[in-house]
Design a protein around this ligand. Sequence first.
Ligand code: SAJ
Length: 432
Amino acid sequence: MGGIREELLRVENPNKSTFETVCVVGLGYIGLPTAAFIASKGVKVTGVDVNPDFVERINRGEVPFVELGLDNLVRSVVERGLLTARSTQVPADAYIVCVPTPVRGENHEVDTKFINAAVEAMAPHLSPGALVVLESTSPPGTTREMAQLIIERRPDLSLNDGDENAISVAHCPERVLPGRIMEEMESNDRVIGGLTPRGTQMAVDLYSTFCTAELLTTDATTAEMAKLTENSFRDVNIAFANELSLICDRLGIDVWELIELANHHPRVNILQPGPGVGGHCIAVDPWFIVSSAPEESKLIRMARNVNNDKPQWVVDKVTEAIESLEKPVVSALGIAFKNDIADLRESPSRHIVRQLAEENPRAEIRVVEPNVGELPNDLKVLKNVRKQDLDEAVADSDIVLLLVNHREFLALDPSMIGAKTVIDTKGVWNFG
Ligand code: SAJ
């Protein structure tokens, strides 16, 4: 049954565009590469962002954040006149909404204010036949609510396939891994769910302009849930690894050796413990499932809490290690949310540095982060925190705290460590 259903869900990639103009709303980590990939296929793309600095820089062919290889693509489509950034929306055949969907409040509900603002600005430009795709990660039901908002603003339009004045609406969640966007944008399978069959088919046509992988079709609500499920799966599995790291620390077992051994079993594949889970996706999306079905989401909620508690556990470990030192110096290696990127959002390492400095005012924290020019403001304001180069920071410190497995840290010369205390939250060094 499952196999047959899967066959039915697959849609052949027609690889041709029926869209002459596309408007991508939100030019962040997802919107900008999406806009650039579509433009690279010869479609005229307008990218829209509320940040005037982003608009200016993109129109100069620059990428306002770090993503390997994206700068060449953006430069080329901007130079060829295929991608133009601006601060207001324009009439287009298709719209792709890639704005943030933060969580808010104690119940961790979604805040749709950016989607709503995007739709308010879009509504006056919509014509019958247009397609609107929501890419932003959202709780089940959000795409339908977005469509209803459009109709409230434009009662002259319809959501029913076949009506002369119909527009189409679909959800197509992004799935690319920051740091590998250039490869994954084209080659990751996509889940596409329209509110109507025509919405699904139009979105398949749009994404097939640049995505060479399978375009799997379903309804909008299942597509929304699929994305949340993927990230929750990872969160739950990382929580398992993080919980193991606490258990092993208590029992005097090397958790990384343990995981390596257990992973030799043909049906076991444990992820890696770390200082916590960061980024704007895995640390956030599971809450959308919890807030949609709080009674039933016991494991998903627990996993979130396990991962959220890990940074404080690391802070406590370092605090314990510096207790006997009069003027302790700690080198904190990495404040990005994961390796080899410059993204500091929801970063457990950044949180650990802040907490450590605040809880231990007599300690000096030397932060090493090769991927950013300067410290973010929340760390800059702390008197006992400053940024330093790797070699100097390690040489000056009593405790070396590895928080992110950046390539520069993996290559550290073990002789630099000597008799210093090492707290390796990623299990990448073997200096013992
Ligand atoms: N982490 C661990 N242990 C691991 C793996 C990851 O502690 O074994 C930590 C990382 O250090 C980081 C966090 O988890 O702090 C998340 O990193 P990640 O590389 O697992 O994922 P993201 O947040 O960069 O990207 C995820 C991806 N989702 C999945 O892998 C299911 C990506 O495909 C999504 O597009 C992205 O979320 C998103 O935008 O939703």
